[in-house]
Each structure stands twice: as C-alpha cells, then as structure tokens.
Design a protein around this ligand. Structure first.
Ligand SMILES: NC(=O)c1ccc[n+]([C@@H]2O[C@H](COP(=O)([O-])OP(=O)(O)OC[C@H]3O[C@@H](n4cnc5c(N)ncnc54)[C@H](O)[C@@H]3O)[C@@H](O)[C@H]2O)c1
Length: 490
C-alpha cells in the first residue's frame, strides 16, 4: 500500500489526507494539536459525501488513516510527505530538519506553502533536492490544481515523479517554471483582494456586492476558460490583437488601485468582518463548506460532460480508475459470460438528489442508460462503430423502484441480455447497493442505421458478441419482474 505522511493536519493538511485516503493510499498524520483527529475526521466526513460522486466510477477502496506522536514514525515507509504546518519559514525549516533525519531520501517532501519560494524552504536543509513546493487549493480533495514549484536543486526525474504521483490522485499539477513569491494563482488572488479592500474602504461596494460581481459574472467565465481565452472570445472575430488594442488605453487610466495599498487598520478589519457577518453569519462554517462542495461538484460534473478544463482532468482520472478496477469494455474481457456483466459501479453524486433526500427518479434512467451505453460498447457498438453509421435507439423502458438510493451510496448495475435477434435487443439491468436490490431497468433497443433512421440488422461482430452473451447467460433463472406491465399486482 502506498503511504502518504501528512505533517500538519489543519485545513490544508486535512484536505490532503482526504485526497490521498479516498484514492486508496494509507495516510499517517502528525499534528501536535490534541484536536487534530476530530478536525480531520470532520474534513473527511465532508470529503466522503462529496468527492466519490464526482467520479463516474467507484474510487479504489479507502486507505487506512492513522495518527502518530512522532515525525519519525509518521514518515516511516512514506513515498510522499506533505508539509502543511503554519506559514512560518523558521518553523517549516525546523520541521524539514527532523523529517530528513528520518524519512526515505527517495520520498518527495512537498510543502503546501502559499507564499514561500522553494529555494527559501531548501535553505539550510540536509538534502535540498528532496524538497519541492506542491501548493494546493482549498478544498484539496476537490480542487484539481496543485502548483509544483521546483528549483535547480531538484533532480528533474524527482519533479517528474512528483507530478506523476499528484496526477495519480486525480490532481492537475501545474509546473511553475520560475520561482516567485506566492507562485502564480495566489498573485491573482492577492491583486483581486487588494482591489476589493479598497472598494469596501471607499464605500463603493459591500462584501456581498463584491461577491455578487464575481459569482454572477466573470467567476463562472474564469472557471471554464481562464483569463486569456475569455478575453480572446470577447475580442470576437477581430481577435486578440483587436481586443488588446481596444482595451489597452485603460492601462493608462485610474482603473486600479493596485499600486497603492489601503492601510490595514483595525477599523478596516472591523468594517469587513462586520459586513461579512451580516452577509453569511447565519450559516456555520461546516454548512458553508458543504454548500461550497456541492456547488463545486455540480459545476465540475457539468464541465465533465463537456470534457473541458477541470472536467477533462476528472474524465481522465475516471478512465484510469475504471481500468484499474477491471471494468469490462470489450466482449473478450468478460471473465465469465454466464454471469450478468457489471456495467456501472459508481457513487451517487450530490446533483442526483431530490427534495425527498434520495436519488431523483430521472437519475435511475441515467444510471441505466449509462449501463446500456457500456453494454453497447462491450458488444462493439462503440464511438468508432457509431461513426460508421450504426447505433441503437431505445424503444421501450420499464423501471421499478424497489428501495431508496442515498447520497454517496456506491451503486452497482449488473446487466443481462435476455434476447438479441435481427435488429432487436432486450436488456435487463439490476441496480444494487451491496446486497440490496434498489431498482431494475428493462429496455428494448432497436439497432438502426443513422442515415435512414430506420431499423437495420446488427453488424456481424455485434451479432456474434450478443449471441455469445445471451447464449451464455441463458442458463440463469428468468429475472423476477421481467415482462411486468406497469401497476401489475405482485
Ligand atoms: N488555508 C488555505 O487556504 C491554504 C491554501 C493553500 C496552502 N496553504 C498553506 O498550507 C499551510 C497550512 O495552512 P492551513 O490553512 O492548513 O493552516 P492551519 O492553521 O489550519 O493548520 C496548520 C496545522 O499545523 C499544525 N502544526 C503546528 N505546528 C506543527 C508542527 N511543528 N508539526 C506538525 N504540525 C504542526 C497545527 O496544529 C495545525 O493543525 C500553510 O503553509 C499555508 O500557506 C493554505
């Protein structure tokens, strides 16, 4: 089992612990705070309810979490050591001295620092080449970005290894090629923050109005295209050069106060804290974290459907974990064709719930449709085949809701081909959570020509694969409930 050592288990260390654990790593934590286990437990609870459903395939089994009283015990056997102690240089340097006395010299020693340059952290270390910045974003278990900042003291192969390990837990490592205080992303945040302090101080806008100006507008634009692509699009057909020429003169105008910073007085702090309390004081931080997590999951899941930005990172990660979990994608990968085929294994995400606090009915069809899509792929009706002009259309569906399906439940759909002949396929799906049958889906699909939009015979390969599966599965007892009509008494 791969081991990560978490040194400092506060907001960020707790997020890292969740990121590694839910990706199947064992996690060891060192934090002198007697409350650390409780705090990490609460972060993990939130991570468990949001992160697994972000994937369209079940994450690996969770690793083991343990707390340790010495750094030496914590780093024993660890391949990744993540330092997330408070942002004080002398403290971080002292921690590295102790860590390097005990850790494997081949382990990556990564710092979450928001501001320090890696050369400052490497300063008086025993093995400077082992230390690198891996700056994450809160919540670490959901946000893909991690800024990896090395120096020339880090061997290039160590940097490659660090980026690979971060990718393997579903992150997007951005290699910052030139070290600079606060790296890349936090410099933007600092610029926006300074501007916002002025706007509040000058009475131009309240904290709430500033937040509205971000989340109702450019915040969503930035979330999917960033800064330059957003402006490129804004330039229209005339393009980026035109855009820059048009807005260039503003650089000379007093459109920013960034050259001048407001005095950070108690009065300014009280003004902002008071406005922020009025804006959101009615919610606890844990409640706000859950709202934030649910929003992030919903937005990133939407971007997954577009295979775009953070959604593309998630899709790649899903493909990898689904392959590692041995999900079947071709007929010749089926180990025992006489059994139903597992076509879906996934956690129920936050955006699949309804007002009754359980999975909403349309998502049952979505899950069964995903199962049918996977069956089609397995028998040879994949994207390449569809591009040649053949596909399946669903003609009839009957779903039975047998038990409640809850947020975070890992659902598994097993699929049978009850009949496949000529142009018609009769499919039976059963959805389980563990041993509990939650729902069944019965569907008739017609193979069609996408050109004529009319029924057309299966291709020889699809016919052969379906014939093999339905013959092998014919030894199973007829499924209970197949062929029922709606409302039929049991
Ligand atoms: N909060 C953020 O949004 C954010 C984002 C990215 C990076 N960071 C960086 O992450 C680091 C940690 O920040 P945080 O927000 O999690 O702070 P935090 O105060 O929430 O957590 C720090 C933790 O370190 C523990 N600690 C103190 N001394 C220690 C020691 N000697 N050994 C082990 N643990 C010790 C504390 O008990 C605490 O639990 C900082 O370097 C910060 O710049 C923070």
């Amino acid at each position: 089992m791969t081991i990560a050592a978490i040194i400092g288990g506060g907001v960020i260390g707790g997020g890292w612990a969740a990121r590694f654990l839910l990706n199947g790593w064992d996690v060891r934590v060192f934090d002198p705070d007697p409350d650390a286990a409780r705090k990490i437990g609460e972060v993990l609870d939130n991570a468990r309810r949001s992160m697994p459903g972000l994937s369209d395939t079940a994450l690996p089994a969770e690793g083991r979490l343990s707390f340790h009283t010495t750094m030496s015990e914590t780093v024993s056997g660890a391949v990744w050591i993540q330092e997330s102690v408070p942002e004080r240089l002398e403290l971080k340097r002292k921690v590295y001295q102790t860590l390097q006395e005990h850790c494997d010299p081949g382990a990556v020693l990564a710092s979450s620092t928001s501001g320090f340059k890696p050369s400052e952290l490497q300063g008086c270390a025993t093995r400077p080449g082992q230390i690198v910045v891996a700056h994450p974003f809160n919540p670490v278990y959901l946000m893909p970005l991690v800024e990896v900042v090395p120096t020339e003291k880090n061997p290039p192969e160590m940097v490659v290894q660090a980026k690979e390990l971060l990718t393997s837990v579903g992150m997007y490592p951005l290699h910052v090629r030139k070290e600079i205080d606060a790296h890349i992303a936090d410099r933007f945040l600092e610029a926006v923050w300074r501007e916002a302090l002025w706007l509040v101080k000058d009475g131009v806008a309240t904290t709430e109005e500033i937040d509205e100006s971000i989340r109702m507008g450019f915040g969503i634009r930035w979330a999917q295209m960033g800064l330059f692509d957003t402006y490129r699009v804004a330039g229209g057909e005339a393009g980026m050069k035109h855009f820059m020429a048009q807005f260039g003169p503003a650089l000379e105008w007093p459109w920013t106060k960034l050259m001048d910073v407001p005095e950070f007085t108690d009065e300014l702090v009280d003004l902002i804290a008071g406005q922020s309390d009025a804006q959101s004081g009615h919610m606890s931080i844990r409640e706000m974290e859950r709202i934030r997590d649910d929003n992030l999951v919903s937005m990133m899941r939407a971007l997954k459907a577009r295979d775009w930005a953070s959604g593309a990172v998630l899709n790649k990660h899903d493909a990898k974990i689904s392959e590692e979990a041995g999900m079947v994608r071709r007929t010749d990968q089926i180990v025992d064709p006489s059994l139903p085929i597992v076509t879906v294994r996934r956690a129920v995400p936050v955006d699949w719930l309804d007002y009754n606090g359980h999975m909403t009915e349309s998502r049952y069809l979505q899950a069964f449709a995903d199962a049918t899509d996977r069956l089609m792929e397995i028998v040879g009706c994949d994207q390449a085949y569809i591009a040649t002009g053949g596909s399946f259309f669903t003609a009839e569906t009957h779903i039975r809701h047998i038990d409640e399906t809850h947020l975070g439940s890992v659902i598994e759909i097993s699929t049978r081909v009850l009949m496949a002949e000529g142009k018609k396929m009769h499919v039976w799906h059963e959805m389980f959570a563990g041993e509990t049958l939650l729902a069944t889906g019965e569907h008739i699909l017609i193979h069609v020509s996408l050109e004529t939009r009319r029924p057309a015979p299966f291709s020889p390969e699809i016919a052969k694969n379906l014939e093999m599966i339905s013959a092998a599965q014919s030894g199973l007892a007829a499924p209970d409930g197949a062929g029922r009509y709606v409302g039929q008494p049991r």
